[in-house]
Design a protein around this ligand. Structure first.
Ligand SMILES: *Cc1c(COP(=O)(O)O)cnc(C)c1O
Length: 484
């Protein structure tokens, strides 16, 4: 199956090459020339791992033996036997995506991506080792490390801002095991780390690094990260069918805490593949670029970035929105023009018809930190369900959407992180938080909620610290390839 850039439909690559390259040479994102045909009833009859193999296999048909790759990716890595369980919280069905090795939803895709990448590398006969570089503000780095650890033919180096991540996030990375991993704290903020990574890519491009490796990234522009996320929309629908909450064919709404627009775009693709998806509700925090865009058709990044209690959604440029613009308009020239405007002027406006079609499918809501914490308390008090800060923005959006529209169709809230990953904000939402550190906060939260602290977080305190190096920005290239 052929893929091309969102900005030019003429240069075609197969799906294995699209995974291997990540980004198209013109800076656009890879999209399939035509979406595959899925047998939806068949997909919904499958167990989670078979379902994943069927759906990812349909999206990436040039990568062989998808069943084996899926088993390798997920077996023994998720604490829930069905990977992404659903639970009921009052009127809402919650799709819990955080039962993987790092307790955040990115595990679903980042356990799978290394398998896809190494299979694509073999398929394409690429001999050199791959070096994955990732700058992280917290969650992505750890999920990528865990996904790529001890994967043959791949090295991974993660850069995070020194002093810029939480205690739990820092320990999660500093204790990372694996013979092919590097974790470096960079003096500076997240933007410094990210700029450093971009400079390394600009310096080497497609050419080998000093260590003879090919650079690649683990971020959500790669179609190999998007495809695995489609599966859990089908899985949630299947759960509702099994429990008799819906009949086959009934439309279900999904509410998604959104940053880079990857997670919610997977829901859009699930709909395009035939799943009866109703409205996709896009939840944002105080960085409400997407809320404004969905309501007005104007995307405007020229505003200050707020640091919030839901840091994984503190984003002003949502890269995967570019794919939505392409899928809805089908017009690569238009997408190229809009992206050019965004990079030159910091803003663009979509044509009225395109906006109309986006509004048919999506609704946008946002809430600030106060409302986020209020929502954590409300959901806990009313429904006895403890959610994290990102998920709380989705609960708030779901509630506001139902009130505004009276749309009573079943609604699934995607829960993207364990509440124990953000214990300071979550505990602070429930009571006066005077605990001395994040581990004491976890213990207190466990007592309040009766929900056990997930193993990977509970054991962090006792694990040996393996990565202590703090480097200056200008040392990133020099230190990224030092593997014992
Ligand atoms: C990354 C992340 C998000 C946002 O997902 P996108 O695909 O970037 O929209 C939401 N919640 C958590 C906990 C995350 O780590």
């Amino acid at each position: 199956m052929n893929y091309h850039s969102t900005r030019n439909a003429n240069a075609l690559v197969d799906s294995a090459q699209a995974v291997l390259s990540g980004l198209a040479p013109d800076g656009g994102l890879y999209v399939p020339q035509a979406l595959p045909r899925l047998d939806v009833s068949y997909a919904l009859s499958l167990e989670p791992m078979e379902m994943a193999a069927y759906i990812i296999g349909a999206m990436l048909p040039d990568i062989p033996e998808m069943d084996t790759l899926v088993k390798k990716a997920y077996t023994g890595k998720f604490t829930a036997p069905d990977l992404t369980p659903t639970v009921q919280a009052g009127p809402y069905t919650v799709l819990e995506l955080f039962h993987g090795p790092t307790c955040a939803f990115k595990d679903v895709a980042l356990c799978m991506l290394p398998q896809l990448l190494t299979a694509a590398k073999t398929q394409k006969g690429q001999k050199e080792e791959v070096l994955i570089l990732t700058a992280t503000s917290g969650d992505t780095g750890k999920a990528a490390l865990e996904g790529f650890r001890d994967v043959d033919g791949v090295k991974i180096c993660v850069f995070y801002p020194h002093g810029g991540v939480s205690q739990v996030q820092r320990l999660q990375m500093a204790t990372q095991a694996g013979s092919n991993v590097r974790v470096l704290a960079v003096e500076g903020n997240f933007d410094d780390a990210q700029t450093g990574v971009k400079n390394i890519f600009a310096a080497f491009g497609d050419r080998p690094t000093p260590g003879g490796r090919r650079l690649s990234t683990a971020n959500s522009i790669n179609i190999g990260r998007l495809a695995p996320q489609i599966t859990y929309y089908f899985k949630a629908y299947r759960d509702l069918l099994t429990r008799g909450q819906i009949q086959m064919g009934d439309a279900v709404n999904f509410c998604v805490p959104t940053g880079n627009f990857g997670d919610i775009l997977a829901g859009f693709l699930a709909k395009k593949l035939g799943l009866p998806v109703g409205k996709l509700i896009c939840a944002s925090n105080a960085n409400r670029v997407l809320t404004d865009f969905i309501r007005t058709g104007i995307y405007d990044r020229r505003r200050p970035l707020h640091k919030t209690v839901s840091p994984s959604m503190d984003i002003l440029v949502s890269s995967n929105l570019e794919r939505l613009l392409y899928f809805i308009s089908g017009d690569t020239a238009l997408v190229a023009q809009l992206m050019e405007k965004l990079s030159r002027e910091g803003a663009y406006q979509v044509p009225a018809q395109l906006l109309g079609e986006i509004q048919e499918l999506f609704a946008g809501y946002c809430c600030d930190d106060n409302a986020t914490c209020g929502e954590i308390a409300r959901i806990f008090t009313q429904y006895g369900y403890l959610c994290d800060t990102h998920t709380a923005t989705a609960f708030a959006a779901a509630e506001a959407y139902r009130e505004d529209t009276g749309d009573e169709r079943p609604l699934v809230v995607l829960s993207t992180a364990s509440p124990y990953k953000f214990p300071a904000a979550v505990l602070g939402a429930l009571e006066e938080n005077s605990q001395p550190d994040e581990f004491a906060m976890m213990t207190r939260l466990e007592k309040l909620s009766g929900v056990p602290v997930p193993g990977p977080l509970a054991h962090l305190q006792d694990m040996p610290v393996r990565h202590r190096e703090v480097i200056a920005k200008k040392m990133m290239t020099e230190r990224m390839e030092v593997y014992e």
